[in-house]
Design a protein around this ligand. Sequence first.
Ligand code: SAM
Length: 317
Amino acid sequence: KFDSEDEHTDSKVCLLENHGEKVATHYNALKECGLEERNQSRILYLRNFNNWLKSVIIGEILEKVKQKKNNICVLDLGCGKGGDLLKWRKGRISKIVCADIAEVSIEQCKQRYSDMKNRGRGNDHIFEAEFISADCTKELLADKFKDPETYFDICSCQFVLHYSFETQEQAEQMLRNACERLRPGGYFIGTTPNAFELVKRLENSDGNSFGNKVYSVTFQKKGDFPLFGCQYDFNLEGVVNVPEFLVYFPLLEMMAKKYKMKLLFKKTFREFFEEKIKNEEHKMLLKRMQALEPYSSYQKAKLGANAEEYQHAEKHL
Ligand code: SAM
């Protein structure tokens, strides 16, 4: 999570051929599956846990912003099908701009928003929304805003940044879109795979690949990790099967300084979980969202079970 202290500066735009089309084609082809199918998925708990984590970050950041103002405007960068719309509604924001490279996802996001609006009762809170389909690593979003004077209090970029680190220019453009239109004092929040952990697992593996029955990560080679364009293929139960790129966090932090962004915190999911679970409200939410299963065995083991059970639970975190 970063916050912007000051005015922003310009960066350059560079158009290069990249994997954007592959990513868009992949996400466009994903079908909307029903609740029943989703509930049977082997990655149900993982999905629910990711959702819980996003709910907590979003809730906390909104609380911070609300101490200063009420009229909150959000940019959801790489919004997908709009899985976070309900979280923003709960947070009673005033406006959201949703942007994604996948046109089909943007259409689904629009649909979700209008369903939410139509289902709502008279006094339910509903915010204004704008939808933009664009490659945020190549295009300047601000050129596409309905109101050219649009500025944000929060930019949320959930599970997206790793698509942008193909080249320096693309990563810069993504960051420019994320930060340039933040109001002074605004926040950038995001989640992305942990490059250190990925490299550690790769180096501990026999070949160029690691994973389990549910996921696999395949690098092209070992021992060479360029700052940009360090590609790996990620496959998760056939849900995601597109190239991603390592995000070396110290580099991201340095690049964000161009927009006068200061790092407030960076945590692994495990660290985040261990900290937030101490809060009763977050704990209840975790139960309600059915995200508890893999973590309950971890917690139980941690609270005094035997070493073997503990190690088993650790492995699954
Ligand atoms: N943020 C959503 C969430 O948390 O549910 C979706 C996350 S999904 C793992 C990644 C999203 O990033 C996809 O919707 C994909 O289309 C989008 N994406 C990937 N590359 C992008 C790019 N260059 N510009 C805009 N969106 C991009």
